[in-house]
Design a protein around this ligand. Structure first.
Ligand SMILES: *Cc1c(COP(=O)(O)O)cnc(C)c1O
Length: 339
């Protein structure tokens, strides 16, 4: 099976499993697990932050950050199609009691002016705007990379307004691989940064949130409150360390494969896609006349799995997908759509 459903579908390699099985562990909740500490230390360093916390998922990383930065009744600002708004089960309302002010972005990105217009003034009727969340790369925007100048401009408006900044960097590794801007350079604009090891990097489990010392101390209490304190978590942290060491440099390959897929799809009659918008590993496309569910079924029969919602389809390259797989996917797509 050629699995293009997501970059979360990767399975740990034999070598990664060996490293995990032999990880040195202790009890991280009682105070310390050496392998978890190594991962936290290395990630904090990579992101240029004081400290970091290992958590089970990207969703928990984002929600701990929101809880730490806000009080109930606050309003937080984010792009309308971001993961926190679309795919985190209403958690900002349920867990932190905050309202979400949404900015309709351009492929997931917005400007300093957009943010300025979204921030509430000090009138007694208004909620207090306290936090802005940014997603880089932006999943539903198409794996979009934030230009660092635009990020700097949004951050400067946020600072003027006294807001905190959180980066949902589940795919920050992809942003850096595509732009050559280091993770630390992106991270320096933010009070907290969430990164994920179980997407492009191919570890089975885990995310990290990084930030300043006071943020991390407060976040650690919420991690425990949310049920995210894990005991011999070094077993899974070892997979994340292995992923950092071995799978980060190869992300460019996923991007090249995504580009090849996009360019190939653009040449198939009835497929709507602009390959120029494919900056990283996510390939979104539409069918102009052929039914999407028919293409999905045909591809499944041909051994290719991808995801669709409505007329919009998504293919995600990842470390288990080769260039030959891309060629097979394109050939199968062309054949099915030619009827
Ligand atoms: C996947 C994802 C998350 C959440 O990660 P989980 O580990 O699935 O909870 C957060 N933000 C973005 C942008 C993501 O793509």
């Amino acid at each position: 099976m050629i699995d293009l459903r997501s970059d979360t579908v990767t399975k740990p390699s034999d070598e990664m499993r060996r490293v995990m099985a032999s990880a040195v562990v202790d009890d991280d909740v009682l105070g310390h697990d050496p392998t978890v500490e190594e991962l936290e230390h290395r990630t904090a360093e990579l992101l240029g932050k004081d400290g970091a916390l290992f958590v089970p998922s990207g969703t928990m990383a984002n929600q701990i950050a929101i809880k730490t930065h806000t009080v109930p009744g606050d309003e937080i600002v984010m792009e309308a199609d971001c993961h926190i708004k679309r795919y985190e089960v209403g958690a900002p309302a349920a867990i932190s009691g905050v309202m979400c002010q949404l900015i309709a972005g351009e492929r997931g990105l917005f400007t300093g002016d957009d943010l300025r217009a979204a921030v509430r003034g000090g009138d007694v009727h208004f909620p207090r705007t306290s936090l802005v969340c940014i997603e880089n790369t932006h999943n539903c925007g198409g794996g979009t990379v934030w230009p660092v100048e635009q990020l700097a401009e949004v951050a400067s408006v946020a600072r003027e307004a006294g807001l905190k900044l959180h980066l949902d960097g589940a795919r920050l590794w992809n942003a850096s691989a595509a732009s050559g801007v280091s993770e630390a350079e992106y991270a320096k604009y933010f009070d907290s940064v969430a990164v994920c090891f179980s997407k492009g990097l191919g570890a089975p489990v885990g995310s990290v949130i990084a930030g300043g010392a006071a943020f991390i101390a407060a976040a650690k209490r919420f991690r425990k409150m949310f049920g995210g304190g894990m005991r011999q978590a070094g077993i899974i942290a070892a997979g994340a360390i292995y992923a950092l060491d071995n799978n980060r440099a190869r992300l460019a390959e996923d991007h090249a494969n995504a580009k090849a897929l996009a360019e190939g799809l653009a040449g198939i009659d009835g497929v709507e896609i602009d390959p120029a918008t494919v900056e990283t590993n996510l390939v979104y496309f539409k069918l102009t006349s052929f039914p999407a569910d028919e293409l999905l079924a045909g591809l499944t029969a041909a051994g290719v799995s991808l995801m669709g919602s409505g007329s919009s389809l998504r293919a995600v390259t990842n470390l288990m997908v080769t260039r030959a797989d891309i060629d097979k996917t394109l050939a199968a797509t062309a054949k099915i759509m030619a009827g």
